[in-house]
Every structure is written in structure tokens, then in C-alpha cells.
Design a protein around this ligand. Sequence first.
Ligand code: SF4
Length: 460
Amino acid sequence: MLDNIRWDADLIRRYDLSGPRYTSYPTAVQFHEGVGPFDMLHALRDSQKAGRPLSLYVHIPFCANICYYCACNKVITKDRGRSAPYLARLIHEIEIVSRHLGRGQVVEQLHFGGGTPTFLSPGQLRELMGQLRTHLHLLDDDSGDYGIEIDPREADWSTMGLLRELGFNRVSLGVQDFDLEVQQAVNRLQSLDETRAIMDAARTLQYRSINIDLIYGLPKQTPSRFADTVEQVIGLQPDRLSVFNYAHLPERFMPQRRINTADLPSPGQKLEMLQRTIEQLSEAGYRYIGMDHFALPDDELASAQEDGTLQRNFQGYTTHGHCDLVGLGVSAISQIGDFYGQNSTDISHYMSSLDNGQLATRRGLHCSKDDRVRRAVIQQLICHFQLDFEAIEESLNIDFRGYFADIWAELERFAADGLIKLDQRGIDVTPAGRLLVRTLCMLFDHYLPTQSLQRFSRVI
Ligand code: SF4
């Protein structure tokens, strides 16, 4: 078992609830339509005044094929011509946004996600990066963290060469499972060789970090088949691994209706898959970073966790939490200081807003003082598994025990059950509690009692 986590089947059975992943607090469920383009412009100007560095997220929604488990905002089309009108609006959005930001604001982090970013042609990728460099202050000495999601079925050596030339130095590869029957059941046929070829290209071209995404809980998966996939992935030696729990919510996500419920593994099998995955990764030298994420000990995420600088935002765990996050493209979310704004999730509305010369911000919120307090507590627990009362009291000007008096009995129950250690000084999440840190964070979530937990995946 990894030295920083311990599998406790009894605790997992009792505390494995459905809950948010806390890539933000408040979560996107709380966003409301009282926030629009004007608020976004205001936030951008505040960012400029503060001169904070930037993290950009660019959403490319197109995919040539549908994966049945998908819960992303995407447009499935074989018509490559669909990307040109979208790209024109994206460039218009970059122009508008950049007018309100300063040239001194360095883009420390950039991430292209989707959808499938390489659905864009080489010429379109070149054009998009050129526009970003023209309008914003991108680094050109390879010192930024510039990443892109790659579907190995939609990329080859020349794609990887082009992306490296354009400034990308990190890649995240979707794999999910290498078993053929599982791949057929989710309509995503992707061989180990195809994936290995992209990894070889990334290594040869000196990308700094390679991430692989896996999903457990897919149809036709069994503990032993999934263990084979994990073994094959370990053989590829990615720097980071994301191992997500599949949440089957066919009433919310149409493509999931094509999954045969009878083919899904049982909750017991899913737990076994996760337990074996943790054991396999542990033996292979990976470290548990936190919810769903593992990394080799020399990876930046592991170092940031050690030196206390790790943070979490819409891009998952990050070493760039001090940056303002600006989301570009349909459905993209921005986090600028205490402001959250999300673009329209409807591509027609997104494009028509930009045609009218307006940003497409459709929902969002401004954090209250209480949101800021709870956000800081949740961030600290989810990234570092410990909370120092004095530090948080000083930075937020609160009396911790008084502020959270209503959940104190629950915290004591968590401590009695061995998920945390609780004393005058603070909270330490025990190795057995770390896998369940989301359940602990849920205690501090002011909004949760009013939400339906059905919309969230289970903690494990
Ligand atoms: S999982 Fe990824 S590649 Fe598959 S349909 Fe969804 S966005 Fe596209």
C-alpha cells in the first residue's frame, strides 16, 4: 500500500457517499444566471489591476466519435469543417478578453481540453496559438506549463512534433481501459500500440510530463481485467495518472444510455478494482496525491504537495493556484479572484454572443466571505490532508472552533472513527481517511444540505 494511504474497508463502506470533486468551492452547481459578460469584464479588469499571472483553459468541443461513458461538453461530428466557424469565435473571444488584461500578466499555465483539441487541423492549431501569442503574454522559453489533452486515435508523431513546436510541453492521454471487450462496450477502440507510439513521441520530443487517464467502473470491467490494464499502463511509465470512478448517470448524460446497465461491475467489484490499482501503483513507486490522482515522486505535483504549495482548481490539482484562471470557448469556466464565470454550454449561443461583440459568460457567482472561509478550509484539506487552526484563523480572521461549532460533533465522530486526528492545534487526515477526504470536505460545504447528491459521483 502507498505509505501515505491505508485501505480500510469498514471505513470506506461507512463513509463512501456521493459528493462533489471540489475543483471549486462553491461548486459549479451554485452558479446562477445573475452573472453575465459585464461581471466577467469587471473581473478581468480587477485581474489586470492586481497584475496576477494567468492560467488559460481553451475548450475545443469537437470529437469524431462518441465514447458512451462521456460526460463532457462536446459536439460529435465527422465534418471537420465545423471547426472553422468555432475557431473564428474563439479568436474573437481572445481579442475581447485580452483588451481587459495587461501585457505584464504572464501566462504561466495553458491547457487545451475538450472534446478533442487535435480535431483542429495543424493549420488551425498554428493559427490559434499564434493568436494567443499575439494578444496575450505567453512564455516562449519553454518555462510555462503548457498542456494539451490527446486522444491517441487522433494524433501521430507529426501532430506531437507540431504541438511541441507550438510550445506545448505536457500531454494528457485518454486511455480508460485497454481491454478489447470493455473498449467495445464503451465504443472507444484504442490499442496499446497506438498509445505507446504517442508516448514514445512525447518522450523523444522532450515533453516534460505525460499524464494518462483511466476509468474504473466501466461496462465489462472485472477486477482482474482492470488489473491487466493498470499493469500495461505502468509499463508505459506515465509521470501522472488519473484514475476516475465512472458515475453512471444516464438520465443526465445521453451517451450513457447506450451502456447496458447489466454489464456494469458491482460496487464490490469497483472497490476491489480501486484497491488493487492502489496496490499496483504503490509497488510501481507512484504516490497518492489526492482524489483520483497519482504521480511519480519526482513529479512537480508530488513536490508541491511536500512543500505546501499544491492547490486545486477546475484543472484538477495544480501548482498554479496563484494565477487567475481564464476559460475560453464553449462551457469554459473562469476563476478570477473571488469571481467564477462560466461561458454558455450551448455552442450556438456561445457563437452568437461573440458575433454580437459580447463575451458568452452565462452563469457564475461572486464568493461571499463565508464562501472564502470554506474554500480555504476545503483547499487545505484536499491538497495537504491537514489544517492548522492558527494559520487559518490568522489568514481569515475567524475563530475556527466558534465558526464551525455546528459541525464540531461530526468532526469528533470522524476522529473517533479514525478518519482524522483532531486536537487543539488542528486536523490531520489519517492514512485511512485520505481516500475519503471528499467526505470530510463535504462537512464544510454550506450548500450541500440543499442539493441532491444524486448529481455527484460516489467518493470512491
Ligand atoms: S470521452 Fe473525450 S473523446 Fe470521448 S466523446 Fe467524450 S470528449 Fe470526446
